[in-house]
Design a binder for this molecule. Structure first.
Ligand code: PMP
Length: 344
């Protein structure tokens, strides 16, 4: 984990201790104080560096991983990048089964970091043999000396955040945090961070961000899996079509659902208002905060921490492309597309 030293032995020492940044403009009309936990400041540019390092080092401590072994994982991109980065420094092979919903940028980055990448169809059920879960399982079984990180069903995912993200936020806010808002995919970030924070102060409100098309919010409310909730959506890394055991639903107070379109616009707005070039799910988290503000969730004394999971550079061909936004029908007028572009 990152310490204040001048020279680092390798990139892994820069993981964690990410900054907490006050939001000044986008929240101007809101009640309360709002802070972004900017996970793009990790060396792999996302929160997933924390779990990659933690889970791999736990496997080393348990004697499961030996030099030259192979690490297998399913990923929407960020976890894969982080595992590939940790594998390079520590001398492991890295095999990744990724969803076809992942951007080409992300897939190219994984290959650049030395990973072997299998692209699997996004819109098949989790138990379909073509799904990235099943492909990863098969690759793990076929590869001798391999470890399957299995982030959706690995409690160590939660523990990584319990031991780092949670204590950091508690310290950075000097214990004054009243609300945590975080996207839920595997649920590791929100559950681990929330567990730590609720141990310090059980009154802290924990709010998860879910996508329309995902089962998490309904499951939280009913404890029943409702397949009717499932349909394709565009945000990558947020929401799920299954119930991950890496999520502790009991520490989450409520879920808010956000749309693809509003999350995309809010991600672009964060760049223009706060100068923060962050990813699609950061836009989704901020969009959730807007909705919560309207619902009256906050008051003047609220200190709200919003986790921004990754960097905007990973979405150049998507949310930050005018062509992509237009193709999704997310721009209403020609003017909106061209508002920033001056041609001679
Ligand atoms: N945002 C992005 C961009 C992600 O890749 C992920 C991980 N799937 C999340 C948010 C959600 O984090 P978690 O898996 O810890 O719930």
């Amino acid at each position: 984990m990152k310490e204040e030293i001048k020279v680092y032995d390798n990139v892994l020492q820069l993981i964690g201790n990410t900054p907490l940044i006050h939001l000044n403009t986008i929240t101007k009309e809101f009640k309360g104080n709002f802070y972004a936990k900017a996970e793009a400041f990790n060396p792999g540019h996302s929160t997933k560096d924390r779990i990659a390092l933690y889970i791999i080092e736990e496997a080393e401590r348990a004697g499961i991983l030996k030099p030259g072994d192979t690490i297998v994982e399913t990923t929407s991109g960020n976890t894969g990048f982080s595992i590939a980065m940790v594998s390079i420094i520590k001398g492991y092979e890295c095999i990744l089964a990724v969803s076809s919903k992942s951007s080409q940028d992300k897939i190219d980055m994984l290959k650049t970091m030395g990973a072997k990448v299998y692209v699997c169809p996004a819109n098949v059920s989790a138990d379909d043999p073509r799904s990235y879960y099943q492909v990863a399982k098969r690759l793990h079984e076929e590869t001798k000396g391999s470890v399957y990180i299995n982030q959706y069903f690995n409690e160590l995912n939660m523990d990584a955040h319990y031991n780092s993200t949670g204590p950091e936020i508690w310290k950075q806010t000097e214990g004054k945090i009243t609300h945590l808002v975080a996207c839920s995919g595997t649920g590791g970030t929100i559950s681990g961070t929330a567990r730590y924070l609720k141990e310090q102060n059980p009154g802290i409100r924990i709010i998860g961000i879910d996508a329309f098309g995902s089962v998490l919010k309904k499951y939280h409310e009913t404890r029943e899996f409702d397949s009717e909730e499932i349909y394709p959506y565009r945000i990558e890394g947020l929401g799920k079509n299954l119930i991950p055991t890496a999520t502790d639903f009991d520490v989450i107070d409520k879920f808010v659902k956000v749309t693809d379109e509003e999350s995309a616009h809010t991600a672009r707005e964060l760049a223009k208002t706060e100068g923060m070039f962050v990813g699609y799910t950061s836009g989704a988290a901020m969009q959730g905060v807007k909705q919560l503000n309207q619902e009256g969730e906050f008051n003047a004394n609220s200190n709200v921490v919003i986790i921004f999971p990754d960097h905007g550079s990973r979405y150049m061909s998507k949310v930050f492309s005018d062509e992509w936004m237009t193709a999704q029908g997310f721009f209403d007028t020609k003017n909106e597309v061209d508002a920033n572009q001056i041609e001679f």
